[in-house]
Design a binder for this molecule. Structure first.
Ligand code: HEM
Ligand code: SF4
Length: 573
């Protein structure tokens, strides 16, 4: 490698397939942290080193080390967990974590607050439940998602099967995880194409995310991902093959217009038997063509912007040696979850619960973890984490429905009446996320209480309007695909985005910059008033803000930053 590669590239190359000095760092008792290079490598093992940012001032005053702890993200393809797996995660959250479980926007579970000396014990228990955290973070293919809306017909089964196959095929092969965390025997390195046949020594230039969607639900937000498979259905609800999307992504940096969120392009249609080969080819083209000099330009979305879709498709087809036909028609209607009860084909039922921002814990008035533990202890179906940070208790026999309904109701896990809250998501942000510029998970519920008052005044309480918040522009809760997107700018201040499509097909546009709570509430109150008075029949909130000129519509790629501020009603501070 030349001197020009990014620092992370050098760390990967020197790491001996993700080992670095992690084993030595774990044994080092003098600090709760690990050295900087290993902090990058540990992500590939599904962990982030964090510190409690609430405690920083006090600990600095007392000249103490930061309150270091790790976040572990478990890999859960398709978001499906057995009751035994649920119970195992619940147990480690209470034994080693901060007594919460965080369901994520990408269908995984995050455990926070695990101190270094408890990491191995935690990962061993996770392993005993037949789960792991390999490649949950890092420059590799991450958790593969699939549609979770609970109709559970053959198309959902096919999407889950595809998610699992793609996940297995693209999981890193290095024995480092087993060696370091599970006391496996050290296995000597070999040639790149033996140890990591798909990734090689330096893995991918950046993270990589794959989903499988089942229309008409776009709950997975297929256009936000590097690679997407959209089921093409026959008359009986079976899958005839998959439309393939490439080059979606959310992250950007404030003030740097070369970085932008991007909705994925439709690359074509493929047969089910070819889908894994396509996934591998897309990954290897990105491995070879992605930018390894500049991490802010390293996602597949930039490779495709720079090289063009046609060129990219031709290379994928050449490598995969399969036929990619023109894309087939499909229609999405929403990105939301279908709350409440729904019937499975075999007479059993599913209950979709509402988990505010994905955070589950026992608080004074609602004992959520305990309630779910009680359900899991005698449940013979499974649990499905939705891409909206919610949870489906799936395959409930008729005789348990009343009991489970009441347990969930007592724990405050049934969907709220507010159409805004039902369609809300927030990333973690403070106090654990080191990148947060503003609050998110801890603030959005309060903001929505204020917005609900305004919506009620305009008779809009039960309207489904999608709102998402993140503490920084990285976009972990996909805010640029929300009809109302709020992105942290600094403490207590947010950029407000409007104009995304309800079905997840169009990005939003900046409407107001650096707004505090009062400014956000006031700005949205006038937009709600206009929407109530002037909307056309069936018109969605996001579409309304475009038709009435509040923001310009965003097309693809660089268009996200175009025409900002030129629209009629841009809010002033
Ligand atoms: C440059 C881009 C990004 C960086 C550096 C980044 C980094 C992080 C970090 C440090 C956390 C841990 C927060 C915590 O648990 O305390 C996190 C959480 C998470 N990120 Fe990202 N992220 C980026 C973009 C994204 C995007 C675009 C997505 C999804 C499309 C995403 C999905 C997630 C998810 C699912 C979580 C878990 C918590 C949640 O559901 O909010 N990330 N990210
Ligand atoms: S969006 Fe930013 S603040 Fe929120 S979890 Fe992701 S990286 Fe952290």
């Amino acid at each position: 490698m030349t001197d020009d590669v990014s620092r992370n590239e050098r760390i990967k190359e020197a790491s001996d397939y993700l080992r670095g000095t992690l084993a030595e760092g774990l044994a080092e008792e003098i600090t709760g942290a690990i050295v900087e290079d290993d902090q990058q490598l540990v992500k590939f093992h599904g962990m982030y080193l964090q510190d409690d940012r609430d405690l920083r001032p006090e600990r600095t005053r007392k000249k103490m080390e930061k309150a270091f702890a790790f976040m572990i993200r478990v890999r859960v393809p398709g978001g499906v967990l057995s009751p035994a797996q649920w119970l195992a995660l619940d147990q480690v959250a209470r034994d080693y974590g901060n007594h919460t479980m965080r369901l994520t926007t990408r269908q995984t579970v995050q455990l926070h607050g695990i101190i270094k000396s408890n990491l191995k014990a935690t990962l061993k228990e996770i392993d005993a439940a037949l789960l792991n955290s390999i490649a949950a973070c890092g420059d590799v293919n991450r958790n593969v998602m699939c549609g979770a809306n609970p109709e559970q017909g053959p198309a959902h089964a096919a999407a889950l099967e595809l998610a699992r196959k793609v996940s297995d095929h693209l999981t890193p092969q290095t024995p480092a995880y087993r060696e370091i965390w599970l006391d496996g025997e050290r296995i000597a390195g070999g040639e790149d194409n033996v140890v990591e046949p798909i990734y090689g020594k330096t893995y991918l230039p950046r993270k990589f995310k794959i989903v499988a969607a089942v229309p008409p639900s776009n709950d997975v937000d297929v256009f936000a991902h590097d690679l997407g498979f959209i089921a093409v259905l026959d008359d009986k609800g079976g899958v005839t093959g998959w439309n393939v999307t490439v080059g979606g992504g959310m992250g950007m940096t404030h003030g740097e217009e070369d970085t932008y969120p991007r909705t994925a392009d439709l690359m074509g249609f493929c047969a089910t038997k070819d889908a894994v080969a396509i996934a591998e080819a897309v990954v290897t083209v990105q491995r070879d063509w992605g930018d390894r000099l500049n991490r802010k330009h390293a996602r597949l979305k930039y490779t495709i912007e720079d090289r063009g879709l046609d060129f990219f498709r031709a290379e994928v087809v050449r490598r995969a040696k399969v036929v990619v036909e023109p894309a087939k028609p499909f229609k999405f209607t929403s990105t939301g979850d279908r709350y409440g009860w729904s019937q499975a084909a075999d007479g059993r039922s599913h209950l979709t619960l509402f988990v505010q921002n994905g955070r589950l814990f026992d608080h004074a008035s609602a004992k959520q973890l305990s309630a779910l533990r009680q359900i899991a202890q005698s449940h013979d179906g499974n649990f499905r984490i939705t891409p909206n940070q919610n949870l489906i208790v799936a395959n409930i026999p008729i005789e348990r429905q009343t009991e489970i309904h009441w347990i969930a109701k007592e724990a405050g896990l049934l969907a709220p009446w507010s159409g805004l809250r039902r369609n809300s998501m927030a990333c973690v942000a403070l106090p654990t996320c080191g990148l947060a510029l503003a609050e998110s998970e801890r603030y959005l519920p309060d903001l929505m209480t204020a917005l609900d008052e305004s919506l009620a005044a305009h008779g809009l309480s039960s309207d489904d309007i999608v709102i998402r918040m993140t503490g920084c522009p990285n976009g972990c809760a996909r805010p640029y695909l929300a009809e109302i997107g709020l992105v942290g700018k600094g403490p207590g201040r947010y950029n407000l985005y409007l104009g995304a499509a309800f079905d997840g097909s169009r990005l939003s546009k900046l409407y107001a910059e650096d707004f505090d709570h009062n400014a956000i509430v006031a700005a949205l109150d006038s937009v709600f008033a206009a929407y109530a008075a002037e909307r056309q029949k069936g018109e969605r909130f996001g579409d309304f803000t475009i038709r009435t000129g509040l923001v310009a519509a965003t097309g693809n790629g660089r268009d996200f930053h175009a025409n900002v501020g030129k629209q009629a009603g841009r809010a002033a501070r």
